[in-house]
Design a protein. Structure first.
Length: 404
């Protein structure tokens, strides 16, 4: 008789953004006259830049001709894209990463969920609290997290590293030693950025303890401060302890197009086994490569025109972030993030839980955000707004919140 993977049954409720989506859709159906402004899920709103559109058209035309038609993509990605990434995202910044250490995928969400598969189920994971829910939920599915405490909303076998105003929303080294450490900077959800010296401490710690860092750099394009690290490989020793994840969603608007990549350096070994080989085996077995036309679009992001155009688009969202940050400060909210990230993290008014504040904003201002507690216990009483709306909607949302 078939049995289900009962780890799935341990997962509480539905995925955070699905829960929010359902709530908002129900509210919208009951209130068809209201204009709801959605600053909840970090989904982009601006169109793909012209260089990307032109590459997509060009690649589609190639597919219409037998001489240039492409079938299965290489499992690990086309060389034209892997070379462009290695050159522009790493070598140009002085990071020693080669094209064959880059694995192309359909996005950082899948990679951040799948990467745990190459590690033993006995590994102990450490996550920031609050945290992007995919890291924890996928470890629950794998049976790595122990039992759930519904009161505390925590898992018994997970090491939670609180990220609070006291530590500038960057985790301190944990008391218990983890095997896998998930870090995300610029951070989702707090919008905080880690300093180079604190990231170096993590790299040194991982090399000393034999832990592996899974570093999610999906929001790297939003870093404004010159002294902040764009990649963990800017730290000495990271090649022997870190995997890095990247996305084209937030820097180039590919949330609906789907493209990302993961870097696994060849020196990175666990118990004498190279993780590069394991991830290549997993990728080759379970994945047939991102579509050719999408990889050509990704290549266009690194062209001179593409770089100039995405810079402009990122500046548009950063301007929204500044508007939200300053607007909420002026309205008396305690706010952070928004400088090196497209997320603004604010404290809910005194006495309100984050879900109460969610309902309050939805009903009184028709503005959707994300309740901080959805990201972990330290997110309780906090709230996340994204800068990915249109400028007009962002301005209107802040005006409505200020009027409350
Ligand atoms: C978020 O809102 O946290 C992100 O958009 C989710 C994602 O990138 O999967």
């Amino acid at each position: 008789m078939a049995k289900v993977n009962d780890n799935y049954l341990k997962l509480p409720g539905s995925y955070l953004f699905s829960t929010i989506g359902k709530k908002v859709n129900a509210y919208a159906a009951a209130n068809p006259d209201k204009k709801i402004i959605r600053l909840g899920i970090g989904d982009v709103t601006q169109p793909l830049v012209p260089a990307v559109i032109s590459a997509l058209h060009g690649a589609v035309d190639e597919m219409a001709d037998a001489a240039s038609f492409r079938g299965y993509a290489p499992d690990l990605g086309y060389d034209f894209l892997r070379d462009a990434i290695a050159r522009c995202d790493y070598q140009a910044r002085g990071c020693e990463i080669s094209a064959d250490e880059i694995f192309i995928s359909d996005g950082a969400k899948c990679d951040s969920g799948n990467i745990q598969e190459i590690f033993s189920v006995d590994n102990k994971i450490a996550v920031c609290d609050p945290v992007y829910p995919v890291y924890v939920d996928t470890n629950v599915m794998a049976g790595r997290t122990g039992t759930y405490d519904p009161e505390k909303e925590t898992w018994s076998d997970v090491i939670y590293m609180p990220c609070t105003a006291e530590n500038d929303f960057a985790p301190m080294l944990p008391e218990k030693t983890p095997d896998l450490i998930y870090l995300c900077f610029p951070n989702n959800p707090t919008g905080a950025m880690i300093t180079r010296s604190r990231l170096q401490e993590w790299v040194d710690y991982a090399n000393k303890t034999g832990a592996v860092i899974i570093y999610d750099a999906a929001y790297e394009a939003y870093i404004s401060e010159a002294d902040k690290p764009h990649s963990i490989y800017e730290c000495e020793g990271a090649r022997t302890c870190a995997i890095e994840l990247h996305s084209f969603s937030k820097n180039a608007g590919f949330t609906g197009v789907r493209l990302g990549y993961t870097v696994v350096p060849k020196e990175l070994q666990v118990g004498g086994v190279a993780l590069h080989g394991l991830w290549a085996r997993r990728h080759g077995t379970k994945y047939n490569g991102a579509p050719y036309i999408v990889q050509r679009a990704g290549e266009a992001v690194y062209s001179e025109a593409g770089q100039a155009q995405i810079k402009e688009q990122i500046a548009y969202y950063k301007n929204n972030a500044t508007y939200i940050l300053e607007g909420l400060k002026a309205a008396g909210y305690s706010v952070s993030g928004g400088v090196n990230a497209p997320y603004i993290w604010l404290k809910a008014p005194e006495g309100m839980t984050s879900w109460e504040f969610f309902d309050y904003l939805l009903e009184k201002a028709n503005v959707v955000g994300t309740p901080g507690s959805g990201f972990g216990p330290s997110g309780e009483t906090y709230f996340r707004l994204t800068a990915f709306g249109s400028y007009e909607n962002t301005v209107e949302a802040i005006e409505r919140i200020r009027k409350l």
